[in-house]
Design a protein around this ligand. Sequence first.
Ligand code: ACO
Length: 323
Amino acid sequence: MIRSTIESSGSYLPERIVTNDELALKIDTSDEWIVQRSGIRQRHVAADGEFTSHLATRAADRALARAGMAAADIDLIVLATATPDQTFPATATKVQANLGMTRGAAFDVQAVCSGFVYALSVADSMIKCGMAGTALVIGAETFSRILDWNDRGTCVLFGDGAGAVVLKAAQGNGTSADRGILAHTLHSDGRHHDLLYVDGGPSTTGTAGFLRMQGREVFKHAVANLASVVAETMGQAGLGPENLDWLIPHQANQRIIDATGRKLGLSADKVVGTVDRHANTSAASLPLALDAAVSDGRIRRDQLLLLEAMGGGLTWGASLVRW
Ligand code: ACO
């Protein structure tokens, strides 16, 4: 039975760090309010001329180096982003060119903050059905470009960054002891469009637009949907949350993360957190958090990880992985 193993991870954050105190110099907010409501202390912001494709390429380079692989070894790039360099072509094809990769297929997936689990599921499915033997799955965003810096309820919550993983086809026994991706669950409910969206686009206003959010409503949906999608995904593998070594939640808000962990009965030391340093980087948040915990040695071979996210759409989903 073919399954995808995650060979490595890599990430990249823009050099410039903007603290809450720095934001409070420009808008009517405070470090205290932002930390108390979200857990965020700082975010990275891309430099002028630094695009989503640049962040993605650097994260992909690092993941490839860690896997001991070259771009020429990759059959497929699936890149999740809601902030592409341009309306078209796909940012994935720019990354493909940057990496010097002249074969295979590259395309973008758009599911906002859930983008990385969607992209992982697409790449894993393509590997399972024999369309690719290797894949780069990337989440990359420059949300700083779609924030309304006059809307203090949203602009303090997001940041820029990118993360990537390398997938490889492997043989497994079809049990939860196999290394690799064990299960996915994806959901969406388009009726909730107005809770979190961008008020522009090529077919509507002809402009890129700005992020709009009904924070309280998103919060309620997040806690309910995320806890249930974790249980649903674990159940597919005949396991429960108690079997997890690490929960890697979407890094949107520490209060959502804590509430989800509590609902699942997980102790806080099993939950990876980077929202304090990265803020919400949308599709990049999961691979950034994953790479942080791999790089500092917390995540070890054969451990069981669950990645979960919810975002605009609404979309939500989870991936269960034996590292
Ligand atoms: N600084 C200071 N005060 C602020 C700020 C700010 N940056 N933003 C809002 N306020 C004020 C509001 O004006 C309001 O003041 P008022 O009572 O005088 O009218 C007060 O703070 C409360 O505002 P609320 O929006 O009701 O605050 P809430 O407690 O709901 O927190 C927050 C807002 C942090 C957005 C919260 O709703 C939240 O985290 N929601 C989840 C949204 C999220 O994480 N989205 C990410 C994308 S989706 C995903 O990834 C899951």
